[in-house]
Design a binder for this molecule. Structure first.
Ligand code: UD1
Length: 369
C-alpha cells in the first residue's frame, strides 16, 4: 500500500508522528511518504517539532506559507495535485482540522484517491470557526474515519455516514504525549524561569475569535494580568497573537508585568514540561483540552464551545468563554481547590496509531469508494 501522509500546521505534527512510527514497523506492506504543506513555516512552529518528535524530514515540502483562507487552501490544492499525479498513492492520510487537512482531502478525492482522516467526527457546532468547516467538509469526503472517542462516531452516524467507514481507534496525540512524558519531566525550564511546580499557570491563545478583535483580546489580557497577581502566568505567544496584540497596543502591559513570562512559541517537549507541572492551563486550543485531561491538570477553555466535549464530561476541562469575570471566576475555583481531576477516556492509551495501522493492514482494499 502506498500512502502519502500530510502535515501542515503545528497541531498536526504530534498527531502524525506516531502514525509514521507505526507504519515504519511494516515496511513490506506499507510504503509511505510525508508531505509538509508549509502552512506553518517558522522554525518554532514547525522544525522544532520535527526535532523533538524525532520525525523524518518531509519527503516533499510544498512551502505554501500564510495567506487568506482561500489563498492558503487553493495554493495547497494546486501544489498537492501535482504530487498526487506524480506519486499515485493508494491512500492519503490527513489529521486534525487545519486548512491543509481540507485542501489535501479535496485534491486527492477529486483524483479518485482514497482518503483517511485521523481525528474525525469532532464537532463544535460553531460554523464561525474555520476548523469546523474544515472538519465537516473533510469528513463528508473521506473513505475511512478514525475517531478519538465514541461521541465523534455518533456525530458521524447522525450525519448519515455509513458505520463501516467509522473506526474508533483512540487518540494519536495522546500516543505522543505518553511517549514523551518522562523526557519532558527531565527538562529544567521551570527552574530557569525561577518558578516552582504547581505554582504557575500556563496560557495559550491564538483563535481568531479571541485575538483578532481588540475588545475581546483586551478583556482576556486584563484577566491574565489580574491572575498574575495571584499566580505567575507563562505565556508562549503564537505569532498571530503577538502580531495582533502589538497592533492593538496591548503587548507592552504584558511585557512590563514581572509575573507574566512572555515566551516565544515553545517546542513540544518544553511545552509538555510546562503543562505537566502547571497549576492550571488557560487556553483556546483544541488539543490542549485533551492533553490536560490526560495529565489531570485543570484546564480553563477560553471559548464558548468545544468540539471535544469528552474533556468536560470525563476530564479536567471547563468551558468559560472569553469574558474577564468568567475567566477570573474559573481560575479562582482552581486556586481554591475546586477543580476536578477527571479520568482518562477510553483508548487514550498510547496505542491508537498501532490500531490505525493494523486496521489499514487488515483492509488493504479500503471500502467506501
Ligand atoms: C492554524 C489552524 C488552527 C490551529 C493553529 C495552531 C487553520 C484554519 N487554522 O491557525 O486550527 O489551531 O494553526 O497554531 O488551519 N504565522 C507565522 N508563522 C507561522 C505560521 C503562522 O508568523 O509559521 C502567522 C502569520 O501571520 C499567519 C498567522 O500566523 O498569517 C496565522 O497562521 P495560519 O496558518 O493562517 O493560522 P493559525 O492561526 O496558525
Amino acid at each position: 500500500m502506498k500512502i502519502i501522509n500530510i502535515v501542515g500546521a503545528r497541531p498536526n505534527f504530534m498527531k502524525m508522528a506516531p502514525v509514521i512510527e507505526a507504519m515504519n514497523q511494516h515496511p513490506a506492506d506499507i510504503q509511505h511518504k510525508l508531505v509538509h504543506t508549509g502552512q506553518h513555516y517558522d522554525e518554532k512552529m514547525s522544525q522544532a517539532f520535527f526535532n523533538d518528535l524525532g520525525m523524518p524530514k518531509p519527503d516533499i515540502d510544498l512551502e505554501i506559507g500564510s495567506g487568506s483562507h482561500a489563498e492558503q487552501t487553493a495554493r495547497i490544492m494546486v501544489a498537492f495535485e501535482k504530487v498526487c499525479l506524480q506519486e499515485k498513492p493508494d491512500l492519503v492520510m490527513v489529521v486534525g482540522d487545519v486548512n491543509s487537512t481540507l485542501a489535501c482531502t479535496i485534491t486527492a478525492k477529486k483524483l479518485g484517491i482514497k482518503v483517511a482522516h485521523v481525528e474525525a467526527g469532532l464537532r463544535s457546532r460553531d460554523m464561525a470557526m474555520p476548523e469546523e468547516i474544515n472538519r465537516l467538509c473533510t469528513d463528508v469526503l473521506c473513505d475511512v474515519l478514525f475517531t478519538t472517542d465514541r461521541g465523534a462516531g455518533e456525530n458521524l452516524l447522525a450525519e448519515g455516514v455509513d458505520s463501516s467507514k467509522i473506526v474508533f481507534a483512540g487518540n494519536v496525540m495522546i500516543d505522543t504525549l505518553l511517549k514523551h512524558k518522562l523526557m519532558a519531566a527531565e527538562l529544567v525550564l521551570i527552574d530557569e524561569l525561577g518558578l516552582r511546580p504547581r505554582h504557575y499557570s500556563l496560557l495559550t491563545l491564538h483563535r481568531p475569535s479571541n485575538v483578532d478583535d481588540r475588545v475581546v483580546l483586551a478583556g482576556i489580557l486584563e484577566a491574565v494580568l489580574e491572575l498574575s497577581d495571584h499566580l505567575p502566568v507563562i505565556f508562549p505567544i503564537h505569532p498571530r497573537t503577538r502580531k495582533m496584540a502589538q497592533q492593538f497596543g496591548l503587548l507592552d502591559s504584558l511585557q512590563n508585568k514581572p509575573d507574566i513570562h512572555l515566551l516565544q512559541p515553545l517546542g513540544y517537549l518544553q511545552f509538555l514540561h510546562l503543562m505537566m507541572q502547571a497549576r492550571m492551563v488557560l487556553t483556546d486550543s483544541g488539543g490542549l483540552q485533551e492533553e490536560t485531561t490526560t495529565l489531570g491538570v485543570p484546564c480553563i477553555t477560553l471559548r464558548n464551545n468545544t468540539e471535544r466535549p469528552i474533556t468536560c464530561e470525563q476530564g479536567s476541562n471547563v468551558i468559560v468563554g472569553n469574558k474577564k469575570t468568567d475567566i477570573l471566576a474559573a481560575a479562582e475555583n482552581v486556586l481554591s481547590g475546586q477543580s476536578r481531576q477527571g479520568r482518562i477516556p477510553e483508548k487514550w492509551d498510547g496505542k491508537a496509531a498501532q490500531r490505525i495501522v493494523q486496521w489499514l493492514l487488515d483492509h488493504p482494499a479500503i471500502p467506501g469508494m
